[in-house]
Ligand binder design. Structure first.
Ligand code: PEP
Ligand code: MN
Length: 453
């Protein structure tokens, strides 16, 4: 494919060039010396992922762009340091493994699993300050910046939290790597993925039947060919987060021996959020210079020119797998917007992965004051995404979800038909409402059906 633009490395990009652009959604640290010291420590610590892994993910995403693989991306809206424990991390993996198995089996397509984890600690906010009873304090911007508690001491941004975020990310990644390498995902031991608190769930029962079928098929194949099928215990997980906190992202963006360019080694797949995707944005500047596959969120306000400019800036070589467009319109708005953006990308010959985020355009407030999402709207947006891509000669490459393996009550509906009055039972998210285990698995079974429609 013809190159669209010159190489960013020779185009005035540097690790610091983001500072000359429009900087949005950043914390204001009161003590520059303290910030410099934390960043100097962070810059000297080892990376959390390697360039080989980053390149492997990019090659998987190139397969996604060709329709040969499906992307499943999911995890918390905002990870919290307090949730960095064995059961929460492993339950999240279990949901992602179960969902991906449903899709591999149901769609007969390999899946690439990307978690919103091991670094999803920074959040964009609608205002810099939050006011309660006449007192104004800095908004909570995620555990990497400050604490949620509404006191001055908690809300003032503290640079040491970046170091804590790095350490929690490393612990999370370490545990995930060890679980996966140790056979946690072995298809012969699906009992490893049972989630303890789940009792009498229709989706879980359906999943268990599916696993029995797969185990039987494996056994049959092994008897038939007379050898054991190897490699059934290894699945890969890649890490992802919104690359929002630019000091943190810069400190973990490195050059690597014997490789060209810079790699952001804080995660395999950093993405640019909707609030920072403007063409003049410091975030776009930072991300255009790295070798990683990257995502960018787009929504109803993304016009056709913006889409083309974003693709040409972030993926100047039009490289397959490099850029994922994560669209989040809301079930009501997708039909008015997705067709035009697909056609625009086709006219400009842009090689991109299309991924549906059915969460962020479907957020609403209940009468009793909860931020929630309706399962039916989430499911509808995924269904429409498949349909619209197909009708326009494109294909949906994956889904981007906010989910947890915990028994939370944050989204309405689903198999248990959660009602507004149920939300208070277990509403524990720090920011946005997540699908609980049952809702996530139910959605995977629906995705399998949408895939074939
Ligand atoms: C998010 O992914 O949590 C988020 C803030 O999304 P968006 O940038 O699409 O609003
Ligand atoms: Mn969110």
């Amino acid at each position: 494919m013809k190159s669209l633009k010159s190489n960013p490395q020779s185009d005035n990009w540097s690790l610091e060039s983001w500072k000359t652009k429009a900087i949005r959604q950043q914390a204001t640290y009161p003590d520059q010396a303290h910030l410099d010291k934390a960043l100097s420590t962070l810059s000297s610590l080892p990376p959390l992922v390697t360039s080989w892994e980053v390149k492997r993910l990019k090659s998987y995403l190139a397969e996604v762009s060709r329709g040969e693989r499906f992307l499943v991306q999911g995890g918390d809206c905002a990870e919290s340091f307090a949730d960095c424990n064995s059961s929460i991390i492993s339950n999240r993996l279990k949901v992602l493994i179960q969902m991906s198995l449903v899709l591999i089996h149901g769609c007969q397509i390999p899946v690439v699993r990307v978690g919103r984890f091991a670094g999803q600690y920074a959040k964009p906010r609608s205002a810099d300050l939050e006011t309660r009873d006449g007192v104004s304090l800095p908004s909570f911007r995620g555990d990497i910046v400050n604490q949620n508690e509404f006191t001055e001491a908690s809300r003032i941004p503290n640079p040491d939290k970046m170091l804590e975020a790095y350490h929690y990310s490393a612990m999370t990644m370490n545990f995930i790597r060890a679980l996966v390498a140790g056979g946690f995902a072995d298809i012969r031991h699906p009992e490893y993925w049972n989630i303890e608190w789940v009792k009498h769930s229709k989706s879980a029962e359906k999943f268990s039947q599916l696993v029995t079928e797969i185990k039987d098929s494996v056994q049959f194949a092994e008897v038939l060919v007379g050898t054991k099928v190897h490699n059934l215990s290894s699945v890969e997980f890649f890490s992802a987060h919104e690359a929002l906190h630019l000091h943190y992202e810069q400190a973990l963006t490195r050059t690597v021996p014997r490789q060209d360019g810079h790699f952001n080694l804080s995660a395999h797949f950093p993405w640019i959020g909707l609030r920072t995707n403007q063409l003049d944005s410091a975030h776009v500047e930072m991300m255009r210079g790295i070798e990683n596959p990257i995502g960018v969120k787009i929504g109803p306000e993304t016009d056709d020119d913006h889409l083309i400019d974003l693709c040409r800036t972030l993926n100047p070589e039009n490289e397959a797998g490099k850029l994922t467009l994560i669209h989040r319109f809301g079930a009501k708005n997708i039909e008015n917007n997705l067709p035009r953006l697909i056609k625009t990308a086709q006219r400009a010959n842009l090689d991109v992965v299309w991924c549906a985020d059915p969460m962020h355009g479907n957020t609403e407030a209940t009468s009793n004051g909860y931020k929630t999402r309706r399962f039916e709207n989430i499911s509808k947006e995924v269904e429409l995404s498949f349909k619209i891509h197909k009708e326009n000669g494109s294909h949906l490459g994956g889904v981007h979800l906010e989910l947890t393996g915990e028994n939370v009550t944050e989204c309405l509906g689903g198999a248990r038909a959660l009602q507004e009055a149920d939300l208070s039972k277990a509403y524990t998210t720090q920011v946005d409402p997540r699908l609980n285990y049952e809702q996530a698995l139910e959605l995977a079974f629906s995705i399998k059906d949408f895939f074939h429609q």
